[in-house]
Every structure is written in structure tokens, then in C-alpha cells.
Design a protein around this ligand. Structure first.
Ligand code: PMT
Length: 321
């Protein structure tokens, strides 16, 4: 019998990126989640969010980080949930999280008030929420509880690049069972450079050895096996981040040509909260927030998700036809 084809990226992943010990357990959880929601007629989106960390030592003291607050992913997760999707939220540990992101700048102790019980001298009494500090808490808490009680959100955490790559592969394989009902929304900021496990020093690099020169390898582009091998029927959206607006659309088009997936959402670092371009092989749509939108606290993710859920509808219809 012929051996199954193993892409060179699969081989590299296994050899050079430490496999997280819980990857099989997480994969089973994701498969069960996808099967359950697909059977209930729901679509499932995998959102990646936050930046990956590349350690410089195996007992890590120092690391390189990719910038991302996780706001795009966390915010989009809420709009996908509002649109009826079940969401797997593959996010960087401690980056912004759906619903709690609204309160990320608030010190929890400032939001609470302790009221002493009558005649009480010590710790007896009650803790109440200060509505002035948390004006929207009721609305957000109600929605959060609905989502939690109906198990529509499956959070999975990563910190390092290795964890991200292996967990994304596991997610892609888990979601491949639901075909075109699966969407991948790859908003995480993923490192392009890494130090292979075999070349990484074990202990803390000593400054007494003088200036540090690093030589980093290129990270394999994971989008390629994801689209070709792991989840070939899924609807896949990648993000393209640049700091130079002049090269953005060209890079987005090149990504579509290279990976043959469905959509690139292109954004520039400084304007990413108010302007993105949704690029497909045959269309290009600018999504812009006006001053009025900003005043009314409209979020660009609402527009992005609305655009993409419509495109996903069409994709599913085409695949079925
Ligand atoms: O989190 P915020 O602060 O709100 O910011 C949001 C954001 C700017 C991080 C987000 O909108 C965004 O643009 N994310 C993608 C940033 C990025 O890393 O772009 P890239 O050019 O490095 O990668 C492009 C695509 O290739 C990504 O979808 C990535 O999933 C994919 N990729 C990247 C590296 C790699 N080795 N393999 C990949 O497949």
C-alpha cells in the first residue's frame, strides 16, 4: 500500500517545533465541538488572535514577540457569535478576550465597592459593582453568560510559535470534517523567524559573552498546507499587515495567488481600527469608519464580519452546486 503523502512542512513541524503535550486532547475537544455545532446546523469559525512568542533559550528568559493586542480577534469573535456561528478562539495567553475586552483598561478593584453590614466591625458586608466605572456591565455580562451557557465559544490558548503552529494544524484537521461550513479567520500576528529547537541554547544567554548575534530561520508558511492538505474545503481568510500602505494591496494579491485561499483582509498598522480592504481573487472592498461611526462607537469588525459571513454563504452555495 502506498504511504500517505507527508508534506515537507509537516516534517519540519514535527522536527523543529516542540509539540505541545496537550495537542491531541485539544484536537479531540475541537472535533467534538465542530461535530456538535455542525449537527445543530451552525457554522464554525476558527479565529486566531494575538501575537506569537519566539523563545531564544529553551529555559526561556528572553523571547521575540509579534505585535498584536488581540483586539481584532476578540471583537470579531463577538460579531461572529451574534451572526450565529460557533467560535473556536485560538488566542495568545492574556491577550484581549471576547466580552472582557470591554473592561481591559479597568482596575477590577476600582469597579467594586465594599459596603459594611449594619453594626459589623470586620469583613462582613457585601460587594457591589460600581455602575459608574462599569456602565455597560449588565448588557455585556448577559450576552457573555448566554454564550457561555450555550457553549458556543471554545477558547484555546497559545504562547509560543510552536504551540500556535501545532494547535492550528490540529484545528484545521478537526474542522476538516465539517467541510465548507468551516471558516478560518487568521488574524494572529505570526512570527516569520525562529530558532530551531536543535539550535537553541538550554540556559539563559550570558551577557558576559559580549554582544549577541542572532541567526534566525524562516518559519514555513502554514497557510499553504492548511489550504491544500489539512482543510481543503474550508473558507479561509488570512490577514495582511503592513506599515507601508503603498505595498499593501500588491502583497494581499500575491498572497491570494500563492496560497489560493478565498480572502485576504489587508490593513495598515496605524489605521487598522478604521480602515481595511477585503480582497478576493475577483473583488476588492474598502471598509471605512466615518467620524459619525466612531462617535456612535461602531467597530470595524462588525463590517468585516458582515462582509465575510455573506461571502461564506455564497461559498457554501457554490460548493454544494
Ligand atoms: O490584535 P490587534 O492589535 O487588533 O491588531 C490586529 C492585527 C493588525 C494583528 C491583524 O489585523 C492582522 O493584520 N493580523 C495578521 C498580521 C500578520 O502577521 O500578517 P503577516 O503578513 O505576517 O501574515 C499574513 C498571513 O499569513 C497571516 O494571516 C498568517 O496567518 C499567515 N502566516 C503567517 C506566518 C506563517 N509562518 N504562516 C502563515 O500562514
Amino acid at each position: 500500500m502506498a504511504e500517505p503523502r507527508i508534506s515537507s512542512i509537516d516534517g519540519k513541524l514535527a522536527e523543529e517545533f516542540a509539540v505541545p503535550s496537550h495537542v491531541e486532547e485539544v484536537k479531540e475537544k475541537m472535533s467534538a465541538f465542530a461535530a456538535h455545532h455542525a449537527a445543530a446546523g451552525r457554522r464554525v469559525v476558527l479565529i486566531t488572535s494575538g501575537g506569537t512568542k519566539v523563545p531564544l533559550e529553551s529555559r526561556t528568559v528572553r523571547f521575540l514577540d509579534n505585535f498584536s493586542s488581540g483586539r481584532r480577534g476578540a471583537c470579531s469573535a463577538e460579531y461572529f457569535l451574534d451572526s450565529g456561528y460557533a467560535v473556536i478562539f485560538l488566542h495568545r495567553h492574556r491577550s484581549l478576550y471576547p466580552y472582557t475586552r470591554t473592561f481591559s483598561t479597568i482596575n477590577v478593584l476600582d469597579a467594586l465597592q465594599f459596603r459594611c453590614g449594619e453594626g459589623a466591625s470586620d469583613n462582613s458586608g457585601e460587594v457591589v459593582v460600581n455602575q459608574q466605572v462599569l456602565p455597560n456591565i449588565t448588557k455585556v455580562l448577559k450576552r457573555y453568560q448566554e454564550v457561555r451557557d450555550s457553549r458556543l465559544l471554545l477558547p484555546i490558548e497559545f504562547s509560543t510559535l510552536s504551540e500556535y503552529l501545532h494547535l492550528l494544524k490540529a484545528a484545521a484537521q478537526a474542522l476538516s470534517t465539517i467541510g465548507s461550513k468551516a471558516m478560518f479567520y487568521l488574524a494572529a500576528a505570526v512570527s516569520d523567524f525562529y530558532i530551531p529547537a536543535s539550535e537553541m541554547p538550554e540556559h539563559k544567554i550570558q551577557s558576559s559573552n559580549g554582544p549577541l548575534q542572532l541567526s534566525l530561520n524562516m518559519v514555513p508558511k502554514i497557510l499553504s498546507p492548511l489550504v491544500k492538505d489539512w482543510a481543503p474545503q474550508a473558507f479561509v481568510i488570512s490577514f495582511k499587515l503592513e506599515t507601508d500602505a503603498a505595498i499593501l494591496l500588491d502583497k494581499a494579491r500575491r498572497a491570494l495567488d500563492t496560497y489560493r485561499h478565498q480572502v485576504v483582509v489587508a490593513n495598515v498598522l496605524d489605521s487598522r481600527r478604521g480602515y481595511v480592504v477585503v480582497v478576493t481573487p475577483s473583488t476588492q472592498a474598502e471598509l471605512i469608519l466615518t467620524e459619525e461611526d466612531v462617535k456612535n462607537e461602531v467597530e470595524i469588525e462588525e463590517r468585516i464580519v458582515s462582509n465575510l459571513t455573506s461571502a461564506h454563504n455564497k461559498f457554501i452555495t457554490q460548493q454544494a452546486g
